[in-house]
Ligand binder design. Structure first.
Ligand SMILES: O=C(O)[C@H](O)[C@@H](O)[C@@H](O)C(=O)NO
Ligand SMILES: [Mg+2]
Length: 382
C-alpha cells in the first residue's frame, strides 16, 4: 500500500460563529465560512480524511512538504513520515506549522482506521468509550443576554448543569471587549458561577493570557477561595519562569502549556521546572495524535494528568485512549448557539453527550467523523 495522492477540497458552509480582532470566536450573524477537507488516497483506493482551515493546507504546504514526504510512502509508516515532516519545519521559513502537520497526521490515522475498520482510539490504545465532558464557554462578550456580565455567566452555567455537565470552564473577557482585561471582572464572573451552580460542580478559569504575575496571583488566590479545580493560561506561556513562580505560589492546580509551541520538548521542560501541576496538549497544537500521546505519557511518568486541549474527533480519540485525562473539552459554548447541531458538512456531531455529562465516542472506523460528502461536493469552491 502506497500513498498515491493528497487532495484538498475547499467548500463553504453556513455558520453563526464569527471571530473578533483577537481571533476569539463569538456568536454573530449567519455567514458563509470556508473549510478544507484533506484527502489521502492510496494506490489500492483506501482513503483518510481530515478537516482544516484552508489556509493551513494551502497549495504551498501541500506541494512543498506534504507531497514530497508522503507520495509513494506506506501510510502505516506514520511515525517515520511524521518525523520526516517535522525535520522539514526548520527550513520551512516557519511555513510548515505544527497545525499543518497535525492535519496530515490525523488523516494518516483516519486512513489506517478506515482500512482496518477500527476506531482510531482502539489503535491508539483503547482506554474508554465514554468520557465526562466539561462545558467550555466562549470568551466573554458585550452581547445583552449573552456572556456580557457575571450574572449572565451564572445563568448560562445553570443551563449547562441542567444539560448534564458536571464541570464548566469559563473563558472570560478579553480585548477587544471594552472593559477587558479585568482581573476583578474575571473574579466576579467566577463567583457568580460558583454561586449559581453550588459547591459540587468542578469549575475552571481560562482567562486573559497576558496578565502580570501580580494579577495572576490575585486571581489565583480568589479562585482558591471559590474552590476552583484549575487555573489556565493567565500569563504568557513563553515565560516558563513565571509559571514556575505561580505554580509554587498557589495551591490551586495550574495547567499548561496550551498555546506554547515546542511539542513534547517544551512540555518536558515545564515538567522538569515545575511550571504546572497538570500538563496540557492538543492535537492541533503539538502536531498530531502521536505527539499528543507522547505528552500524555510524559505526564503519566511524573504522576501528572494531561488535559487535552480542544474538542473534535482527533482530540476525543486521544482522550479515550489515555488514563491520565479527567475531562473532554466540549465547546466552545454560548447561550446564543446550539452546540448539539452538526455543521452542514457533518451528518452528526462527533461528541454527543448524555444527560449525565458523558460524551460517547462514535464507533465508526477511523477518527469517527460522520462526513456529509454530498454537502461538500455540492458546495465545493476549489
Ligand atoms: O481561541 C482560543 O484561544 C482557543 O479556542 C481557546 O479559546 C480555547 O480553545 C481554549 O483555550 N481552550 O482551553
Ligand atoms: Mg485554554
Amino acid at each position: 500500500m502506497k500513498i498515491e495522492s493528497i487532495d484538498v477540497t475547499v467548500f463553504t458552509y453556513p455558520t453563526r460563529r464569527v471571530s473578533d480582532s483577537a481571533g476569539h470566536s463569538h456568536p454573530g450573524e449567519e455567514n458563509q465560512a470556508k473549510m478544507a477537507l484533506l484527502t489521502l488516497t492510496t494506490d489500492d483506493g483506501h482513503q483518510g480524511y481530515a478537516f482544516a482551515p484552508p489556509e493551513v493546507v494551502r497549495p504551498h504546504i501541500i506541494n512543498a512538504f506534504f507531497r514530497k514526504v508522503l507520495i509513494g510512502q506506506n501510510p502505516f509508516d506514520r511515525e517515520r513520515l511524521w518525523q520526516d515532516l517535522v525535520h522539514w519545519q526548520r527550513g520551512s521559513a516557519n511555513q510548515l506549522t505544527d497545525r499543518a502537520i497535525s492535519i496530515v497526521e490525523s488523516a494518516l490515522w483516519d486512513l489506517q482506521g478506515r482500512f482496518l475498520n477500527m476506531p482510531v482510539h482502539k489503535l491508539l490504545g483503547g482506554f474508554r468509550e465514554k468520557v465526562p465532558a466539561y462545558g467550555s464557554t466562549m470568551c466573554g462578550d458585550e452581547l445583552k443576554g449573552g456572556l456580557s456580565t457575571p450574572e449572565e455567566y451564572g445563568q448560562f452555567a445553570e443551563k449547562l448543569v441542567a444539560r448534564g455537565y458536571k464541570a464548566i470552564k469559563l473563558h472570560t473577557w478579553m480585548p477587544p471587549v471594552s472593559f477587558a482585561p479585568s482581573p476583578q471582572m474575571d473574579v466576579k464572573a467566577c463567583a457568580a458561577v460558583r454561586e449559581a451552580v453550588g459547591p459540587d460542580v468542578c469549575l475552571m478559569l481560562d482567562g486573559y493570557h497576558w496578565y502580570s504575575r501580580s494579577d495572576a496571583l490575585y486571581i489565583g488566590r480568589e479562585l482558591q477561595k471559590l474552590n476552583f479545580t484549575w487555573f489556565e493560561e493567565p500569563m504568557e506561556e513563553q515565560s516558563m519562569a513565571s509559571y514556575s513562580w505561580l505554580t509554587k505560589s498557589l495551591d490551586i492546580d495550574v495547567i499548561g502549556p496550551e498555546s506554547l509551541s515546542g511539542k513534547y520538548f517544551s512540555r518536558a521542560d515545564w515538567v522538569k521546572e515545575g511550571a504546572c501541576d497538570i500538563l496540557r496538549a492538543g492535537v492541533q497544537g503539538v502536531g498530531g495524535l502521536s505527539p499528543t500521546m507522547k505528552v500524555a505519557a510524559l505526564a503519566e511518568a511524573f504522576g501528572m494528568d494531561c488535559e487535552i486541549h480542544g474538542n473534535g474527533a482527533p482530540n476525543l480519540n486521544v482522550v479515550c485512549a489515555i488514563k491520565n485525562c479527567r475531562w473532554y473539552e466540549r465547546g466552545l459554548l454560548h447561550p446564543f448557539l446550539n452546540y448539539e447541531e452538526p455543521a452542514a458538512y457533518l451528518n452528526s456531531i462527533i461528541d454527543p453527550m448524555d444527560d449525565d455529562g458523558f460524551v460517547h465516542l462514535p464507533q465508526r472506523p477511523g477518527l469517527g467523523e460522520d462526513i456529509n460528502f454530498d454537502w461538500i461536493e455540492e458546495h465545493t469552491l476549489s
